[in-house]
Design a protein around this ligand. Structure first.
Ligand code: AMP
Length: 427
């Protein structure tokens, strides 16, 4: 199956080729025919599955075929609502990339920054608007946005939007949409309130379910280090010095924790930056851009800020804290091993986090290999895996050392020198 087989038009095929997409992912294979056929879609899928192209490509194609270029007189024909600024920017970039050889224009609006530039972009005329709910309503209320001509609407990461308290905003937006439209609704999970919300927006729809959770977990090489809370930062420094050429995303449960890690790494001469809700939008975007460009090797993020972050070549994810919601673990490790790549996810587990590890292993239906013999080993923390607990068997866990600790590792050597080399030679 190719994109051509799916009936994608030449200018988009050319753009996808430029992006290096050789064949459609499962969600693209299933969704594109439904959407080109004009039906509504309920997509049970999360970021990392190729979901953005699954909706962006058919929307671009339909607008390109149905509407001749109309310069500044363009009306907004497609609206994508998504929970976070980072996701919005990323989706905007995707529309720009896939629509590169068409005349489709998009803009992205989100809160936390002044509205002037966004309003100007709207005035210049766009076909596709990507927005977070708060700023969207705000600019609608000020009369800068009309949804009168919308033909395509996408609610992206609906479960996440509800978690973030956007339900009323979303309902208001839905009430302003013209009745004749194609609606797309994406959510990673489908609890009752999400099903109810989906009914409010979808008409005659088809459902596509892509379960990346297990698939992602299987693709990513996972390891857990037992380490006391107090030694986590030392272990982090140790691992980062062992992996100097990597781009590493470190997850912290709290904003305060993320800031603290940045400070501690600075003391060890490892530059890093934190992104979380307390940082200004500009600071977050700068850090993210530097990370994507390879100028910054280590990014510390909270879950909300990191949701959907898509960085090519992200080789290592470190769970500095284990999340108490096991699905969050799967979201986190899915940041590495995107689409067809594979990656490594390392977790630090202190005494109090052992129950979280058990929940995670239950969810992913596999044991996360334990790393023994690291310099900050917490001897009191041997914990049986989920399977071993069930079997009541001995604690004969996988004791393989991380790649970096095996003898003869070609990456070993003068770490300071290697850090310097990497800095001078970004990817
Ligand atoms: P998404 O779920 O839309 O965030 O996409 C996850 C990642 O997969 C992004 O880096 C996309 O650029 C990439 N991707 C999407 N579709 C394809 C494809 N057909 N082939 C290869 N990579 C893809």
């Amino acid at each position: 199956m190719t994109f051509k087989d799916l009936g994608i038009i030449e200018p988009i095929l050319k753009a996808l080729e430029l992006e290096g997409y050789t064949k459609p992912t499962p969600i693209q294979q299933q969704s594109i025919p439904i959407l080109l056929g004009g039906k509504d879609l309920l997509g049970v899928a999360q970021t990392g599955t190729g979901k953005t192209a699954a909706f962006a490509v058919p929307i671009i194609q339909q607008i390109a075929l149905d509407h001749p270029p109309s310069g500044r007189n363009r009306k907004i024909k497609a609206l994508v609502v998504t929970p976070t600024r980072e996701l919005a920017i990323q989706i905007g970039d995707s529309f720009t990339a896939y629509g590169k050889f068409t005349d489709i224009k998009n803009t992205v609006i989100f809160g936390g920054v002044k509205q002037g530039k966004q309003v100007q972009a709207l005035k210049n005329g766009i076909d596709v608007l990507i927005a977070t709910p708060g700023r969207l309503l705000d600019l609608m209320n000020q009369g800068f946005i009309s949804l009168r001509d919308i033909e395509y609407v996408v609610l992206d990461e609906a479960d996440h939007m509800l978690d973030m308290g956007f339900i009323h905003d979303i309902k208001k937006v839905i009430s302003k949409l013209p009745p004749k439209r194609q609606s797309l609704f994406f959510s990673a999970t489908m609890p009752k309130d999400i099903v109810e919300l989906s009914r409010k927006i979808l008409g005659d729809f088809e459902r596509v379910t892509v379960k990346p959770e297990q698939a992602t977990a299987e693709k990513v090489k996972q390891e857990v280090y037992f380490v006391s809370k107090g030694n986590k930062v030392n272990l982090l420094v140790h691992l980062l010095q062992e992996q100097p050429e990597s781009s590493v995303l470190v997850f912290s449960r709290t904003k305060h924790g993320a800031n603290k890690i940045v400070k501690k790494l600075a003391q060890a001469a490892i530059p890093s930056a934190a992104i979380h809700g307390n940082k200004s939008q500009t600071a977050r975007q700068n850090a993210l851009n530097d990370f994507k460009d390879g100028k910054l090797e280590v990014l510390i993020a909270t879950d909300i800020a990191a949701r959907g972050i898509d960085v090519d070549g992200l080789s290592l994810v470190i769970n500095y804290d284990l999340p108490n919601v096991p699905e969050t673990y799967v979201h986190r490790i899915g940041r590495t091993g995107r689409a067809n790549a594979s990656g490594i996810a390392v977790s630090f587990c202190d005494k109090d986090e052992r129950p979280y590890l058990r929940d995670i292993e239950k969810l992913i239906k596999q044991d996360v290999p334990r790393i023994g013999d690291h310099p900050f080993m917490d001897e009191n923390q041997e914990a049986p895996s989920e399977t071993q607990q069930k079997q009541g068997g001995p604690n004969n866990q996988n004791r393989s050392k991380p790649q970096s600790q095996k003898s003869g590792n070609p990456r070993r050597g003068n770490k300071n020198q290697r850090r310097k080399n990497t800095r001078n030679n970004p990817r």
